[in-house]
Write a protein that binds this ligand. Structure first.
Ligand SMILES: Cc1cc2nc3c(=O)[nH]c(=O)nc-3n(C[C@H](O)[C@H](O)[C@H](O)COP(=O)(O)OP(=O)(O)OC[C@H]3O[C@@H](n4cnc5c(N)ncnc54)[C@H](O)[C@@H]3O)c2cc1C
Length: 556
């Protein structure tokens, strides 16, 4: 963690050492003739609760030095509630506090990007980059990579209920799938996770940490909060940041390019603070306009989630397994021997389902949790039970990220406008009914307790909507706020260059034009892998056409 002189110059300056930033820093610095500075607001994140997979729930649901813990503005369709919005801080960014699910989305999500004119972003184009970063513990195949830094481990279906969930889904007539990222996304199955030898495989642990002190051309500047880009004659030349205990303002300069990888809330925030955004909005705050970019901070999309709660009639859920002193013992066993419940995130099975038969891909994702989980796990479970989370995968609602003030330390105004499009509510409601159907199957019979929430008495659309509005929370996948597009209004082009400002790119989850159908860590890593090649002047990896199921009703 370097403390550099103010005004130092590097070829590339990357802001944000998160999922994308760590990958970019590692790949760009493979060229020994190139110097890279990676600026990160937080610290190194090398600590037990980050590294131990089971520690995730204790680090993502509260404000701490690894979590910015933002909240949204009051949500009109959710009774005016402000929703919690965790975001990772420090090395690895959100990949250091996330739930480690390794999911890429559906192949057709990327083909849709290509159909939007985004040449080079179809499934066949991006698949080689997913594989490049991956080391799949179960081996490589047409869809999975081997030998990459990001270790992907198939979850142990160790808890009985995880398997029961998959069996029950099959009994309810849904397909079963072996690999959500392989031939067939649709169906119920066992998740894979970014875990290596029982330790979180964040992008910090996979890509960055092994290089620190090894590559002299890579400089990581931690505890450095970027406040503004330095722009001269429509060219990004550097970054102003606050560092150290006294928060003195320093500068770092880029000979080639500045890259923003500060995530879907803070990359647009930094553009706005630097005068790149909707001109009228900037002028209201007295920020000189460098570039009128009306869609910076627009097009926010996020997965909104509900958890259907059931009691369990047998003492086999985390409530019993981690009762009393047992939870502390998990940490102690993990620290001493690296074994036990600490090695897993407890989210082992789930499903991708269609709420309407005519769809060409699943439109909801289910996560099965072997515990009663309310409000991001902040409400302590009071009995044995299980939770089946669901979220509409391609919400139609669109929101915004705006500045609260000119102060770079002030949190941005986050307004996802959840459920402002009626189909999102329809989709959530239909999915809750599918979950009820799954839990009603014979496989659950020996374990099924009462439906705790929404509660079996709530059956009409109206009753379900009321419950959804009262309990829905984010599934942590904001994207789209600096969308890539071929039209003039899109803030970045297909090479993720900011329109109208030279030597500036945004490379992170912000650039996804539409939310992919799944968790967003692997897609963000893929985006950084692909851009790193392009920035190094390498030809793109040859496209690969791995087959995908046409008729996902046929179980494989
Ligand atoms: C609680 C939680 C659970 C999740 N679970 C999963 C999951 O199981 N599977 C999955 O695939 N995805 C999951 N996600 C989503 C996934 O982790 C993110 O989509 C992905 O990490 C986003 O990567 P990014 O590079 O865009 O941003 P981030 O990884 O968030 O990185 C942004 C970085 O920029 C830094 N930064 C921000 N502003 C500044 C500034 N002004 N100056 C300097 N540095 C700055 C931040 O501190 C951070 O390190 C989860 C996310 C969260 C928060």
């Amino acid at each position: 963690m370097a403390d550099i002189e103010s005004g130092e110059r590097f070829d590339y300056v990357i802001v944000g050492a998160g999922s994308a930033g760590c990958v970019l820093a590692a790949r760009l610095s493979e060229d020994p003739d190139v110097t890279v500075a990676l600026l990160e607001a937080g610290g190194h994140n090398d600590k037990l609760l980050v590294n131990m997979p089971a520690g995730a729930s204790q680090i993502f649901n509260n404000k701490n030095e690894s979590n910015w813990a933002f909240e949204t503005v009051p949500q009109s369709e959710l009774g005016g509630r402000r929703l919690f919005q965790p975001r990772g801080r420090g090395w690895g960014g959100s990949s250091s506090i996330n739930a480690m699910m390794y999911i890429r989305g559906h192949a057709r999500d990327y083909d849709q990007w290509r159909q939007m004119g985004l040449t080079g972003w179809g499934y066949a184009d991006v698949l080689p980059y997913f594989k490049k970063s991956q080391h799949n513990d179960s081996g490589g195949d047409a869809w999975n990579g081997e030998g990459g830094p990001l270790h992907v481990t198939r979850s142990p279906a160790g808890y009985p209920l995880q398997k029961v969930f998959v069996q029950a889904a099959a009994q309810a007539g849904f397909p079963v799938t072996r690999d959500f990222n392989g031939y067939q996304q649709e169906g119920a199955g066992i998740y894979s996770a970014t875990i290596k030898d029982g330790k979180r495989c964040s992008t910090a642990n996979a890509f960055l940490r092994p290089l620190v002190g090894v590559r002299p051309n890579l400089t990581v500047i931690s505890n450095a909060h970027a406040g503004r880009l330095i722009i001269e004659r429509k060219t990004a030349v550097g970054v102003e940041y606050a560092a150290g205990p006294g928060k003195s303002v320093k500068t770092v300069y880029a000979k080639r390019e500045v890259i923003l990888s500060a995530g879907a809330f803070q990359s647009p925030q930094l553009l706005l603070l630097s005068g790149i955004g909707p001109a009228d909005e900037l002028r209201k705050l007295g920020i000189p306009v460098e570039m009128d970019a009306p869609e910076v901070g627009r097009n926010l999309q996020d997965h909104i989630d509900c958890g259907v709660l059931y009691g369990c009639t047998k003492p086999i859920t985390l409530y019993t397994l981690l009762k009393g002193h047992r939870q502390a013992m998990v940490g102690i066993e993990y620290m001493l021997r690296g074994t036990g419940h600490g090695r897993t995130i407890h989210l082992h099975s789930g499903a991708f389902l269609k709420t309407r038969g005519e769809l060409d891909r699943p439109d909801v994702q289910l996560h099965f949790v072997n515990a009663l989980m309310r409000d991001h796990g902040r409400v302590k479970a009071e009995a044995d039970g299980f939770t089946i989370h669901t979220c509409p995968l391609r919400p139609e609602s669109r929101g915004t990220v705006q500045l609260a003030s000119r102060d770079p330390f002030a949190a941005p105004l986050i307004d996802p406008r959840y459920f402002t499009e009626a189909n999102d509510m329809r989709c959530m409601r239909d999915s809750i009914r599918q979950i009820r159907d799954i839990v009603a199957q014979d496989a659950f019979k020996p374990y099924r307790g009462d439906e705790i929430a929404p509660g079996a008495q709530n059956t009409t659309d109206r009753e379900l909507d009321t419950w959804i509005r009262a309990t829905a929370e984010t599934l942590y996948h904001p994207v789209g706020t600096v969308r890539m597009g071929v039209d003039d209004k899109a803030p970045v082009d297909v090479d993720l260059r900011v329109r109208g400002i030279d030597s500036l790119r945004v490379i992170d989850a912000s650039v996804m034009p539409t939310l992919i159908g799944g968790n967003t860590n692997a897609p963000t890593i893929m985006i950084a892998e692909k851009l790193a090649d392009s920035m190094r002047g390498r030809p793109p990896l040859p496209p690969q056409d791995a087959p995908i199921a046409e008729d996902a009703r046929v179980a494989v």
